[in-house]
Design a protein around this ligand. Structure first.
Ligand code: COA
Length: 163
């Protein structure tokens, strides 16, 4: 599996992943905008390679770099590829790239019901620091606001490795 920056050629597959991952997925043009107009956006994908098969984009992440802060905008793994460490590696790589670009800490919003994602974030050291009430307009669900106060480049580099 290869972790690499997202390109415009990936956007169709990224949209597919988002469609099956979220009640209100980001539309294709949102990724197009991040790639072409937002110089503060860090957009990466995980690409799965099987011998003799075309490569498949299996996960995507967008992080906004705002001075010293990395704000995770979206992260999703294709359903058939979940539970094998891909989300963890891609998140680690994106946070590592964020640290290299000057971010010292990270934050994100996650649906209150999304225990799987919360587990992933807690594994990295993210802690809940607040609740945004009815943050998701589709279901009126609350968001947990989680922060990671310090980006540890050595640990992130380890988490980004296979195995
Ligand atoms: C959340 C998501 C990105 C995790 O990606 P993934 O590749 O399946 O996760 P990984 O295999 O890398 O697992 C990393 C950690 O996540 C947590 N986790 C993953 N699957 C889990 C499950 N089924 N139940 C509980 N915790 C789970 C665990 O803490 C796991 O660490 P561990 O293996 O040491 O226990 C993926 O489930 C997904 O795309 N979900 C839908 C979209 C979404 O919710 N995105 C997050 C928005 S905030």
């Amino acid at each position: 599996m290869l972790l690499r920056p997202m390109t415009l050629a990936d956007v169709d597959q990224v949209e597919e992943i988002e469609q099956v991952s979220f009640p209100t997925p980001w539309p294709k043009n949102a990724f197009h905008y991040e790639l072409t107009h937002n110089r503060h956006a860090l957009c990466w994908v995980a690409e799965w390679n099987e011998p003799g098969q075309p490569p498949v984009v299996v996960a995507d992440i967008v992080v906004w770099l705002i001075i010293d802060e990395a704000h995770i905008g979206t992260l999703a793994v294709r359903p058939g590829y979940r539970g094998q460490g891909i989300g963890e590696r891609l998140l680690a790589q994106a946070l590592l790239e964020s640290a290299r670009a000057g971010a010292t800490h990270a934050l994100l919003e996650v649906r209150a019901s999304n225990r799987v994602a919360q587990n992933l974030y807690r594994k990295f050291g993210f802690e809940q620091v607040g609740i945004r009430t009815a943050y998701y307009s589709d279901t009126q669900e609350d968001a947990l606001l989680m922060t990671l106060p310090a980006l540890d480049a050595d640990r992130l580099a380890e988490l980004a490795q296979p195995g």
